[in-house]
Design a protein around this ligand. Structure first.
Ligand code: C2E
Ligand code: MG
Ligand code: MG
Ligand code: MG
Length: 296
């Protein structure tokens, strides 16, 4: 039964999987089956990207869209929180990551061809970030697809920065040199050391939705958010609030000086063409001229 299987996989967890007693064989079997399906899906190009737009609170414009991977199996969708770690364990993450980069850059090219030259943000897991030729791969991909590296952002988590510090710094500076923007994702969930902001060239802080979901009732979260935004601003780092689901939260973010928001309140992740339609409608609503030729 697929639900039970998914439950078993989720329970097995992202990291530090522990199998006990009779559950062990079942868990291992389920994961192996899922891994084989994932390998098959990558080979037959069954994974697709959706894009969640980001709203710049200063300009009221959409400045970027984050690429999020989707996998629909015959038993229903599997979350990237499940299949990304699985791909890492099963040695599939590089094939998967190359596909994501290719698709994300293709989408950016499509948007800019339609006069919406927004950036595209791609998530990289710690293991993806540690590939020795990461910079060359990214450079080659932007070249191949004719997308300026200035239109590409990468989102990494703190997990990246607890690896070999010197080599991580080198890679980050090389990516900056190339013209990329670097965002620190899920800020506030891990160690969240402010020292990271000093030692690494981070352009954007994405504040995890755990700090956003109880705004404005939770006064501790209000204080923490205001502090993070204050520190980031003093350091010249842009802040983006993730998981903004209500008008009230959006208003709050604007009021405390957060630079941009993402979340279901503004938009859910959309396929590439729907994103273009969404940007077009957003511009029309705001009374801005748009050079898009899409008819409604
Ligand atoms: P993330 O990068 O922090 O992405 C944000 C997640 O929050 C996405 O879940 C998004 O759909 C969801 N989200 C956005 N707005 C809201 C909201 O208002 N409320 C709530 N409750 N959720 C919201 P998703 O797509 O399931 O992705 C989960 C995680 O999987 C991502 O977290 C990212 O770490 C990872 N991931 C997704 N795609 C990729 C990929 O292509 N490569 C890698 N390495 N990781 C990926
Ligand atoms: Mg992200
Ligand atoms: Mg996040
Ligand atoms: Mg996340």
């Amino acid at each position: 039964n697929a639900d039970a299987a998914m439950y078993a996989v989720k329970k097995a967890g992202r990291r530090g999987i522990r199998f006990f007693g009779p559950e062990m064989n079942e868990n291992a079997r389920v994961r192996l089956g899922l891994l084989n399906n994932l390998r098959q899906a990558i080979q037959s190009d069954d994974l697709r990207l959706v894009f969640q737009p980001r709203l710049d609170l200063h300009t009221g414009r959409i400045d970027s869209a984050e690429a999020l991977l989707r996998w629909n199996t015959k038993d229903g969708p599997v979350s990237p929180e499940v299949f990304i770690p699985l791909a890492e364990e099963g040695g599939l993450i590089h094939a998967l990551g190359d596909g994501v980069l290719h698709k994300a850059l293709s989408a950016q090219r499509q948007w800019s061809a339609d006069s919406h030259d927004i950036t595209v943000a791609v998530n990289l897991s710690p293991r993806q970030f540690a590939v020795p030729d990461l910079v060359e791969r990214i450079e080659a991909a932007t070249h191949r697809l004719g997308v300026s590296p200035e239109r590409l952002e990468i989102e990494i988590t703190e997990g990246v920065m607890i690896q070999n510090v010197e080599s991580v710094r080198r890679t980050m500076y090389a990516l900056k040199e190339l013209g990329l923007t670097i965002a620190l994702d899920d800020f506030g969930t891990g160690y969240s050391s402010l020292a990271y902001l000093k030692h690494f060239p981070i352009d954007i802080l994405k504040i995890d939705r755990a700090f956003v979901c109880e705004i404005p009732e939770n006064t501790q979260d209000v204080a923490i958010l205001s502090a993070i935004i204050g520190v980031a601003r003093a350091l010249g780092i842009r802040t983006i609030a993730e998981g903004v689901e209500t008008q009230e939260q959006a208003d709050f973010m604007k009021q405390v000086g957060c630079d941009a928001i993402q979340g279901y309140w503004f938009a859910r992740p959309l396929d590439s063409q729907s994103l273009l339609d969404f940007i077009h409608r957003h511009d029309v609503r705001a009374g801005r001229p748009t050079s898009s030729h899409i008819a409604f």
